[in-house]
Design a protein around this ligand. Sequence first.
Ligand code: NAP
Length: 285
Amino acid sequence: MSDNTLILNGQTVADYMREETGAKVKELKEQGIQPCLATILVGDDPSSATYVRMKGNACARIGVESIKVVLPAETTTEELIQEINKLNQDPSVHGILLQHPVPHHIDERACFDTISIEKDVDGVTTLGYALNAFGEADYPSCTPQAIIRILDFYNISMEGKHAVVIGRSPILGKPVSAMLLNRNATVTTCHSRTVNIEAIVKQADIVVAAVGKPNFVQGDWIKPGAVVVDAGYNKGNIGDVDYDACLPHSSAITPVPGGVGPVTIATLIEHTVKSAYKSLLKQEQ
Ligand code: NAP
């Protein structure tokens, strides 16, 4: 199978998206609107700091402004809510991203839910999550949307396929399961209490790994010809899928890095620009 395995190149998808988004940024600027994403980083987790920096760099490349709010690890829930409210009220900010995870003492759900739905460009609010489940979100959670975007870009149909998602986090596993279901896949969502995960993955036409464990998905778990999407990103640029072992069994596979990651960032920027567009339409009304 490996000679024929299609590598699902996220960079290619992201480049394509960037062209479309770049044209919209130009149009908005001509109308006097500067799209702007605010990212909030609480504490000094080095991976989170890297993600925020990567998002800032990607914004700069396309002409989207980015504001970085950095808060100390001791920040309280109330203080963080205040910061989010300031950004909610700032008309020059079109998207707000609170980098997950926040320190344990902070009520992350309360903070996510403070983000106004118009600026919830990563679909983290309870309302955004629910709208996504109904297939009606303006801004679905970025990584799940990136996964669907990659499948669409490479014309991989989801309809009628058995999709097995490993992971059920509210930002990834659950929303991508809902999105696959909305695209008429038959979906099984696995988690840490799932019994005999290997046997379930072996039935999958589409495998989505969102576990947070390096090389978790083994080559002999993959049904010949299955499509493998690795959303994982672990220390040392290692995915949740043992890429070399899974590649020979799969018909298509995402690499790490260069798979889901770049498309997630391109999606975040696309959402921010869409939100800026909506603010322009509001002004014109
Ligand atoms: P998370 O919140 O830690 O969730 C991990 C999920 O995996 C949980 O649902 C957990 O089950 C499940 N799990 C853990 N151990 C398992 C096991 N042995 N067998 C089966 N399921 C198991 O992680 P996350 O935020 O969803 O992220 C998942 C991965 O995606 C990470 O590698 C992360 O770095 C990556 N990620 C990538 C991007 C990107 O842009 N590419 C964005 C976000 C996240 P329980 O619910 O039972 O605990």
